[in-house]
Design a protein around this ligand. Structure first.
Ligand code: ADP
Ligand code: NA
Length: 330
């Protein structure tokens, strides 16, 4: 029996991934890779929609791939590859852009947010058509499921619309994908500002836990994390966002139920709780960091793995693209 196709990816936008990427994406991907025919991409073509230094970008791409593997994505089980290694992405994006309405693209809220921050001159046309490239990423592999954060849901909806439009205009070509929206329990917030999402691109890194950071540094960040004056370790997202966020991280990394953690720290202060969490982080991130560093110490071997996987991706993508060319009359 063939397994259903699954596609997801992340931008190589920092040297290290952060705890939210690990908990909200990598841990889910790792769990899904046995049940699905999964394609996990490092989306460097998306990264260049904002200015990048070429050498730095290449290094971040390699580091991001190493962290996928270190977190348990197995390149022999899943197809783990770099987006730009598969030329069909850019080619299909062009074709899809010709069936995308300007107004339709203009309704993407993520573009509105980003472009209003950058200003018109610093906003590239590539940033505007980013969701069309994302549609190409997904549709090339005939993906059935696409795990995403809720900020990407609108882009997957556009992908569905484009797939349906293409199919009705040119004949059945694409599988119409379904988004798998990340659970609230997998959403991690900034340690200093626990109502906004932890992000690689946060303005200050005081509230960001980096997967590859020195464990002592991460422990310090936990000890300084914002809490509240109540003094009790219990989950209440609305009134206790700081403590609730720490509990979410604790539960996700230890695999324990939230209630069992609340019980363990009942009647004890936040200091004890934070120390406990710091230990969990060190024991979970430590081996991931060591494995990533091992992989990065042998770049030739890592590049070989990525090339083998790109060839696997290429075969699937090329078949879809050939069909598309044929149907469109190219
Ligand atoms: P970042 O904001 O760190 O640049 P991206 O927007 O590139 O992250 O997202 C990459 C993946 O990581 C997506 O699957 C996204 O849902 C997940 N992710 C990012 N930040 C978080 C977070 N704070 N909590 C949970 N998941 C997250
Ligand atoms: Na980002």
């Amino acid at each position: 029996m063939t397994k259903p196709r699954l596609y997801s990816g992340m931008q190589p936008s920092a040297d290290s991934l952060q705890a939210g990427n690990y908990i909200g994406a990598l841990l889910q991907w790792r769990d899904m890779q046995s049940s699905y025919d999964a394609f996990f991409s490092v989306v460097d073509l998306h990264a260049i929609t904002v200015a990048q230094d070429p050498a730095v970008l290449r290094e971040k791409t390699r580091r991001t791939a190493a962290q996928y593997i270190a977190a348990g994505i197995e390149p022999s089980k899943s197809t783990l590859y770099v987006q730009s290694h598969v030329r069909a992405h850019a080619e299909l994006a062009w074709i899809l852009s010709t069936i995308t309405g300007f107004g339709e693209a203009n309704r993407m809220t993520q573009f509105k947010d980003k472009s209003s921050r950058f200003g018109a001159d610093a906003t590239s046309v590539g940033l505007f058509t980013y969701p069309v490239l994302m549609a190409a990423d997904i549709l090339l592999y005939q993906s059935e499921l696409v795990p995403v954060g809720d900020d990407q849901k609108q882009h997957v909806e556009l992908t569905r619309d484009l797939a349906e439009r293409f199919n009705s205009r040119f004949g059945e070509t694409f599988t119409v994908p379904t988004p798998v929206i990340q659970k609230e329990t997998a959403r991690i917030y900034d340690l200093q500002n626990p109502t906004s999402k932890m992000s690689k691109s946060a303005e200050s890194d005081a509230g960001v836990l980096w997967l590859l950071d020195d464990p002592a540094k991460s422990a310090k960040k936990i000890m300084r994390a914002v809490t509240d004056t109540e003094g009790s370790v219990r989950f209440d997202r609305e009134n206790k966002p700081g403590v609730s966020n720490l509990l979410t991280i604790y539960a996700a990394l230890s695999g324990r139920q939230m209630e069992s953690i609340e019980d363990e720290y009942a009647g004890r202060g936040y200091g004890d709780f934070k120390k406990g969490l710091a230990e969990v982080i060190v024991s979970e991130f430590g081996p991931v960091r060591d494995r990533a560093n091992e992989l990065l110490a042998d770049p030739a071997e890592l590049d070989r793995v990525l090339a083998t996987n790109a060839a696997k991706a290429d075969a699937v993508a090329d078949a879809t693209l050939a069909d598309v060319y044929d149907r469109v009359g190219l």
